[in-house]
Each structure stands twice: as C-alpha cells, then as structure tokens.
Design a protein around this ligand. Structure first.
Ligand SMILES: Nc1ncnc2c1ncn2[C@@H]1O[C@H](COP(=O)(O)OP(=O)(O)OP(=O)(O)O)[C@@H](O)[C@H]1O
Ligand SMILES: [Mg+2]
Length: 360
C-alpha cells in the first residue's frame, strides 16, 4: 500500500461520504439513479466495457447524461483498481472546484462536467459527450490534449491512463477527458509524476505514447513514413507544452531538478524534430519503451488482446535488430536493465505464450 492507498482505505472505512454537485441538478432522485440497470426505461445505451464501473447513457426530458455506476467489486484486482471509483469521485470534486473558481479560463473545456456524484451511492452523473473516439490525430487535437494535461499538472493532478477509450472528441472538435480513475495527486514542483521522484520515466508525453500512440500506430498499419510524420508532429506539439511547463515551473517555485528534467526532454525532442536520423532512432526507442510498458500492464491485468501479441512481435523485432542502440540509450529499464540480448529474446518468447493464454 502506498500513502494514497492508505488515505483512500481510511476514507473507505470511515463511512464518510463524498458528494459533488447539487442534488437539485440531478434529474431524478440519486437513490433511484443508483438502482439503474440496463432495463431502466431511461437508459438508451449501456457500455459494458468498464472494469470498475457500469456506464449508461441515460435520457431525462430529452437531455442526455452519462451515468457511471460503481461495481460491487471492481474487475481489477489490484489496489489502484479497487480504489479507482473513489479516486474518480475525488477528481470530479477537484475539477468542479477549479471550474467554479474560473481562474483557469477555457483550459478546463477539455474536462467533462460533473452534474452530480455520490460516492456512497456509487454514482457519477456527467454531461453526455456527443462525439466519438479520436479518428484523426490532428495538431489541434494534440494541442488540446497536451494543454489540458498541463493544466491538470499545474493543479497537481497527473493522468496515467490516456488510452483511446478514455478520450472523446465532441462535435465542436473539442477533446474531452472523462475517466479519472487513474488520475492522481502529485506536487508538480517537486515530483515527476504521482510516484514522486522514483520513476522519471513517466510523464505526460510518455503516457500518451504508451497508452495511445503506440497502439494506434500498430492498429492503423501506417507506412514507416506516415508513422514518422505523425510521431514528429507529436514531438513538436509536446515540445511546445514542455516549453510552457518550464516557464511555469520557473515562475512558480519549481525545483531545479524538475526544470532540468524537462530541459533534458526539450533538448531530446528538439533534436528529434530537426534531424531525420535522430527522429528515426527516437521513434524506435520510444515505440520499444511504450510496447514494453503496455505489455507489462496487459500481462499483469491478465487482459491481453491481439494487440498485445502484436506489441510483443515488435519488441522482439527491435531486440533482434537494434539491441546495441537499446543498450546505449537507456531503453532497457526496470526488469530489462542489464539483461543480455539472448535473455531478453527468451523472456519475450515466454511473454508471448503467456499473452496468448490470457486472451480476453
Ligand atoms: N460523459 C460521457 N459522454 C459520452 N460517453 C461517455 C462518457 N463517459 C463515458 N463514456 C463512454 O463510456 C465508456 C466507458 O466509460 P469510462 O471510461 O468512464 O468507464 P470505465 O469503467 O473507466 O471504463 P474502462 O475500465 O473501460 O476504462 C467510454 O469509453 C465512453 O465510450
Ligand atoms: Mg475508461
């Protein structure tokens, strides 16, 4: 258990409630909302993908909402999964406060509005986002995503789960975040992410590349040229966000090691966008890192798909052909650090078999 788990556990046991919003804004009594099933007359769509919650599109007086209902027990066994519903209600409260303060101006447009949430009833009612998952990864969408994430970070919130199912683009071409089960508090002046200073590997751009971009590129099956062009666009847009972040850190008491960390990334990204061979190398090591991290997530959750197998194929391919590069640029981290090429080849062969047996 980490410090956050302990706090959330204490809250859970205290019996205390956490309510976001006003009950008069709730279209029916919260207690009735909490009884919702797929058969409720006002349900017009049910999403059964959720691991910690059931999600319904509901309609009252011709107005649509999204109801997220806590599952009795989360399908994710680990503590982060167990507390993800509570965590989400906590984040909804943070955002409603920020929205009420209006200090952040339009930068909160990328965050869904919460109508009403009651933790003990196990409900979160949100505005319905009329839209679709990201279809085209445009500069505009990337800018919106990164500036929303920077706003979250400046307010001490770090998002881990930027997968495609957690990002919607509405009819005004506005990107919206709406799932905060894995968004945690952190001190942006002193920490790299919500793991403090333990894991500098993780930052907003890495999260996007790992949870979204690496899988997106595999699924789209783009040519190397097209993939590189898109990757360069991501780096260029992230670079702008990083420059803003550095300015903010300098003006707001950021520790020098945090500023240095972002300056390092700034140098790395600048070089990649101005030199094609550096870009290609960066693409290779970034995809390797992203797949390695995502494979571990899937294996740990025993939730593997055809994409997991594809990711392992790519990792094996890169291991076979570019091992010295991986070694020299620090792409072998955590359990892979210091391992020989042969040992890693064997490990990923085993992971492939494991992933095959964990297919959902
Ligand atoms: N406010 C909303 N407007 C429109 N659609 C939504 C909204 N909230 C959620 N959805 C839809 O419901 C799906 C599941 O919602 P959400 O990601 O919040 O639940 P979850 O339990 O965390 O699911 P998962 O475990 O799959 O991430 C989303 O992928 C999205 O398609
Ligand atoms: Mg989700």
């Amino acid at each position: 258990m980490n410090a956050r788990h302990v706090k959330q556990q204490l809250f859970e046991e205290s019996g205390q409630n956490l309510i976001v919003g006003r009950v008069i804004d709730c279209p029916i009594e919260p207690e009735r909302l909490a009884q919702t099933t797929a058969d409720s007359p006002y349900v017009i769509e049910a999403f059964d993908s959720g691991l910690t919650a059931e999600v319904y599109r509901v309609r009252f007086d011709n107005k649509d909402f999204t109801l997220k209902k806590k599952r009795q027990s989360a399908k994710v066994q680990n503590l982060d999964g167990q507390f993800s519903f509570l965590n989400e209600v906590q984040r909804r409260q943070d955002f409603q406060k920020l929205k009420a303060e209006r200090r952040t101006g339009r930068s909160l447009d990328g965050i869904v509005n919460t109508v009403y949430a009651d933790y003990r009833l196990g409900i979160i009612l949100s505005e319905w986002i009329e839209g679709a998952p990201i279809q085209n990864l445009t500069t505009e969408i990337l800018q919106q995503l990164f500036s929303t994430l920077m706003m979250c970070e400046q307010n001490g919130l770090f998002e881990w789960d930027l997968c495609s199912g957690n990002l919607l683009v509405d009819h005004h071409q506005q990107l919206k975040l709406f799932d905060f089960g894995y968004m945690y508090e952190f001190d942006p002046r002193r920490a790299f992410n919500s793991n403090g200073t333990n894991d500098p590997l993780f930052n907003f751009c890495e999260r996007f590349e790992t949870r979204f971009l690496s899988g997106w590129l595999l699924e789209k099956g783009y040519t190397q040229d097209k993939a590189l062009t898109l990757f360069r666009e991501v780096k260029m847009t992230a670079l702008k966000a990083i420059e803003d972040k550095i300015t903010w850190l300098e003006g707001n008491g950021g520790e020098s090691y945090i500023i240095e960390y972002y300056r390092g990334i700034q140098r790395e990204f600048s070089e990649a966008i101005s030199n094609q061979s550096v870009l290609e190398r960066c693409f290779l090591t970034t995809m390797f890192r992203s797949h390695v991290l995502d494979i571990e997530d899937d294996l740990e959750g025993k939730s593997c798909t055809a994409l997991t197998l594809k990711r392992i194929d790519v990792v094996q391919e890169i291991l076979n052909h570019h091992f010295p590069l991986l070694e020299s640029c620090g792409a072998l981290f955590y359990q892979n650090e210091g391992a020989s090429q042969e040992a890693l080849r064997l490990q990923y062969e085993q992971k492939w078999k494991l992933a095959e047996s964990y297919q959902l």
